[in-house]
Design a protein around this ligand. Structure first.
Ligand code: SF4
Ligand code: SF4
Length: 450
């Protein structure tokens, strides 16, 4: 460690044996997490984990096909997703940006491809001049990026358009319909984004960084440079000014200036860089993940819940709200009926007498198959002898996503019981449903036969 001498002479650097390489390499961890989120990003629309189908007005969540009319479930699902991102910003800072955001994942991937293209052309075109190599490297990079942009734009668009429909448009080079034009535009934007914009998006366009700045508090996870009183700050500095931490930073900042720079996405690359340099000189790195500006050593001695970020009542409230949204969503999903049944009386006429002497009331019927499989719905009437519904078929066959909506006659023979109001139930049961949906209604008849 550097020591200032009493005479004020230049401090002597003590030579220490090198430390073993750091156990936690954040870049390695980050790349593994990137792979997981990339697979999730690709799989989510195809497995209906999450997808908005705009043309069909459906929201797919956790394998459920939700209709736009199922507002409660969509509300809880969207609130849960938004709250998870906001809670993560309060507790973990911009960890989402550097570890999970598709923009960051593909920006870093495009930089890797660019470096790979340069390497390949250097090795394969040894006899060529620098201009030709440069041109070939750019051509190779743009060709790979063009292919990748088509794929990424396709995946992105499947979040809003049914994947098979989109694939058909892609194979037919559809540049005429709205879907085709959208796909082509997204491809072009993706290509320009990952060749020209990349991480500049995070500091200039994306609002999340600014929102994060507003959400963070004194306990939020930070990447902090700690050449401080607890680790040698003050008279004796351990930083050797190698600036490796600055060179590796893709956001172009110097973490030593402040842990609160808006550009910092908390990726941890500067932590790895500093550990790499200083460990060879026998010292631990000077940059750490910390909860607020608390020194790393102080963090390590705290109980597990504080080390996991639960450092005040606000965090407990966040957990409770998260549990509330999760419970609400779970409840709404468990109460959901795969086949929607709505039965209502149509009182535009009270009753009518049919040619055969039977009495008819009008019933508005709506059946909607909210599953991905065809189903049959059987309907019957209870409480009135001889009553039946004038349906085109019973059971009614519904294809996946199909809605049957019609006003039908509920017919019954005249009952000479002196009553003009009969309390009845109409029941509807879909294939495989444990219970029938029952609707209690009144059937109105004349008091006397005409
Ligand atoms: S990598 Fe570490 S030692 Fe080098 S300049 Fe950055 S903080 Fe100082
Ligand atoms: S300062 Fe460090 S943690 Fe922040 S973006 Fe740069 S390399 Fe990543």
């Amino acid at each position: 460690m550097s020591q200032a001498t009493a005479s004020g002479a230049k401090p002597r650097t003590e030579r220490l044996p090198p430390l073993p390489p750091q156990e936690t390499v954040y870049r390695r961890i980050r790349k593994r997490i990137h792979l997981v989120f990339f697979l999730l990003f690709v799989a989510a629309p195809f497995s209906n984990l999450m997808r908005f189908d705009i043309p069909r007005q459906r929201f797919y969540f956790a394998g459920f096909e939700l209709w736009i009319s199922e507002f409660a479930i969509i509300f809880f699902a969207l609130m849960l997703l938004m709250f998870i991102i906001a809670a993560s910003a309060i507790i973990h800072g911009r960890i989402y940006c550097s570890y999970a955001c598709p923009q960051m994942i593909f920006s870093e991937w495009s930089q890797t491809v660019e470096a790979w293209a340069k390497r390949v052309t250097q090795q394969r075109m040894k006899a060529s001049g620098p201009g030709a190599k440069d041109l070939a490297a750019k051509g190779l990079f743009y060709a790979v990026l063009a292919g990748a942009s088509v794929f990424l734009a396709f995946v992105f668009t499947t979040y809003f358009v049914e994947p098979r429909d989109l694939l058909g448009r892609l194979f037919h080079f559809d540049l005429v319909t709205v879907g085709g034009i959208t796909g082509a535009s997204v491809t072009l934007i993706t290509f320009l984004d990952f060749t020209l914009v990349r991480q500049k998006f995070c500091t200039s366009i994306c609002p999340y960084g600014y929102i994060q700045g507003m959400l963070q508090d004194k306990h939020t996870l930070l990447v902090s440079y700690q050449d401080g009183p607890y680790e040698g700050r003050g008279e004796a500095k351990d930083c050797i000014e190698c600036k490796k931490c600055v060179r590796v930073c893709e956001m172009g900042i110097d973490i030593r200036d402040s842990p609160y720079q808006i550009e910092c996405v908390h990726c941890g690359d500067c932590i790895d860089a500093c550990e790499d340099v200083l460990r060879k000189l026998g010292k631990p790195g000077l940059i750490h993940y910390t909860w607020g500006e608390i020194p790393k050593a102080a963090n390590a001695q705290e109980p597990w819940y504080r080390r996991w970020g639960f450092r005040d009542a606000k965090r407990v409230v966040i957990l409770l709200i998260l549990a509330f949204y999760l419970t609400g969503l779970g409840l709404a999903l468990s109460l959901r009926r795969p086949v929607l049944v709505e039965i209502n009386p149509d009182r535009s006429i009270m009753f009518k007498v049919l040619d055969d002497g039977r009495i008819a009331n009008l019933i508005r019927l709506k059946l909607a198959n909210r599953t991905g499989l065809a189903t049959q719905v059987h309907l019957w009437v209870e409480g009135l002898a001889g009553a039946d519904l004038a349906l085109p078929a019973n059971p009614i066959v519904l294809q996946p996503g199909e809605t049957f909506e019609r006003t039908v006659e509920l017919r019954a023979p005249f009952a000479p019981d002196g009553q003009d109001v009969h309390h009845i139930r109409i029941l509807a049961q879909a294939n495989g449903a444990r219970k029938a949906d029952a609707e209690e209604l009144t059937f109105i008849t004349p008091l006397k036969r005409k």
